[in-house]
Design a binder for this molecule. Structure first.
Ligand code: UT7
Length: 329
C-alpha cells in the first residue's frame, strides 16, 4: 500500500505589538538629552524606520507571545489543547530556562505538546517554521504553533546611536497544520558561524552576575553586505528547490531590518516593491518577530490571500539566514 505524502499548511496568523509607540522624533529628543545626536531625517533616509513599539516594564517576551499565539489560534480555528508542537523563536527569552515556549504553553492551557525555543536571532522565525514543517512532514506532529517574539529594546545600548534607533518589540505567530496538499513547498536554512562577531550580544551570566558586554553590538556595514548577498542567493536556491522562479510569487516578506535591503532585493530578484511587504517603517526591526508580524499585518489588511504564494526570509546574528516558500491557507 502506498502512503500519501504529508505536507504542512499555514492556516492562521496572529500578532501583538506593545501599546507604547516611540517615534523617531521622540527617540531623537530622548537621546539628545544624553548628548547623543540623531534625527528623524537620518533614521528615515538610512533605514526607512519611522517608529517602533516598546514593551512596558511589566511586559516580557512571553506576554507578547501569548497574545500573538491566542490571535493565531483564533484565526486558525484551532484549540490550544489540540497543539502537539510549540516552537518559539527568540533571542530575548524571559529566563535562561525554562524556555519561553514552555511559559506560553502553560498560559495557553496546553499540556503535553513538544515545546522548545529556537535561537537563531533575526532568522529565528524562519528556522522555527522550517523545524515545525519538518516535524509535520515526518508525521511527528499535526498541529504546530510557531512564534517569533522579542523585547529587543531591553538589550540596546542607548549610548550607541548606530544600533539603538533600529530595533523594536513585538510578537507574531502562525498555526501550521498537516495536510495532503502543500503548504510549505520548500525551505532552506544556512549559517556561517565564522561571522559570529559582526552581530552579537557577547555578555555571559557567570557566578551571579553578567560578565562581558550585555548589549547588542553590530558592524552595520558588514551585516548589510552579508544580508543582501545571502538573501538573494537563498531566494533563488529555495525557489529552484520548489521548481519555481520569482515570477511564481505573489508576495515577498524579507526580514524587516532596512528598507534599502528590501529595495536591493526587489531589484535583484525583479519583484516590484508593490509585492514586497514592508512593516519596518511602523515596527522597526523586531528580530525573530519581524517576518510573522509582517505576514499577519498583510493577511489582516487583505493583501495576502489564501491560495497566494509567499516567500518568507530571515537573516541575522550567527550569522544565520533562511527562506521558506509557502502557499497560504
Ligand atoms: O537584524 C539583523 C539584520 N540587520 C541589518 O540588516 C542591519 C544592516 N545594516 C544597516 O542597516 C546599516 O548599516 C545601518 C542602518 C546600521 C547604518 O547605515 P549606514 O549607511 O551603513 O551608516 P554608517 O554606519 O556607515 O554610518 C554613517 C554615518 C557615521 O558618521 P560618519 O562616521 O560618517 O561621520 C555614523 O556615525 O552615520 C552616523 N550615524 C548616525 N548619525 C545619526 C550612525 N548612526 C546614526 C544615527 N543618527 N542614529
Amino acid at each position: 500500500m502506498t502512503q500519501s505524502k504529508i505536507f504542512s499548511r499555514i492556516i492562521g496568523t496572529g500578532s501583538y505589538l506593545p501599546e507604547n509607540v516611540v517615534t523617531n522624533e521622540q527617540l531623537a529628543q530622548k537621546l539628545g538629552q544624553r548628548g547623543i545626536e540623531t534625527s528623524d531625517e537620518w533614521i528615515v533616509s538610512r533605514t526607512g524606520i519611522h517608529q517602533r513599539h516598546q514593551a512596558s516594564p511589566e511586559e516580557t517576551t512571553s506576554t507578547l507571545a501569548i497574545q500573538a499565539a491566542q490571535r493565531a489560534l483564533e484565526n486558525a480555528g484551532v484549540s490550544a489543547k489540540d497543539l502537539d508542537l510549540i516552537i518559539l523563536a527568540t533571542s530575548t527569552p524571559d529566563f535562561i530556562f525554562p524556555s519561553t515556549a514552555c511559559l506560553v504553553q502553560s498560559a495557553l492551557g496546553n499540556q503535553g505538546a513538544a515545546t522548545f525555543d529556537v535561537q537563531a536571532v533575526c532568522s529565528g522565525f524562519v528556522y522555527a517554521l522550517t523545524t515545525a514543517d519538518s516535524f509535520i512532514r515526518a508525521g511527528r506532529a499535526k498541529n504546530a504553533l510557531v512564534i517569533g517574539a522579542e523585547v529587543f529594546t531591553r538589550i540596546l545600548d542607548w549610548n550607541d546611536r548606530g544600533t539603538c534607533v533600529l530595533f523594536g518589540d513585538g510578537a507574531g505567530a502562525v498555526v501550521l497544520q498537516a495536510s495532503d496538499q502543500p503548504g510549505i513547498e520548500a525551505a532552506r536554512l544556512n549559517a556561517d558561524g565564522s561571522l559570529n562577531q559582526i552581530l552579537n550580544v557577547p555578555g555571559q551570566v557567570r557566578d551571579g552576575a553578567v560578565t562581558g558586554d550585555p548589549f547588542l553590538r553590530m558592524d552595520g556595514q558588514a551585516v548589510f553586505k552579508q544580508a543582501v548577498s545571502v538573501l538573494e542567493r537563498s531566494a533563488r536556491d529555495t525557489l529552484a528547490d520548489a521548481g519555481l522562479t520569482t515570477a511564481d510569487l505573489d508576495w515577498m516578506i524579507p526580514h524587516q531590518a532596512n528598507l534599502r535591503i528590501l529595495a536591493f532585493l526587489s531589484k535583484k530578484l525583479a519583484m516590484p516593491m508593490e509585492q514586497v511587504i514592508v512593516t519596518l517603517d511602523q515596527h522597526a526591526n523586531t528580530s525573530a518577530a519581524s517576518v510573522p508580524l509582517a505576514l499577519d499585518a498583510a493577511r489582516r489588511d487583505g493583501r495576502i490571500k489564501d491560495g497566494q504564494r509567499v516567500l518568507l526570509q530571515g537573516v541575522g546574528g550567527g550569522f544565520t539566514w533562511g527562506s521558506v516558500v509557502a502557499t497560504m491557507g
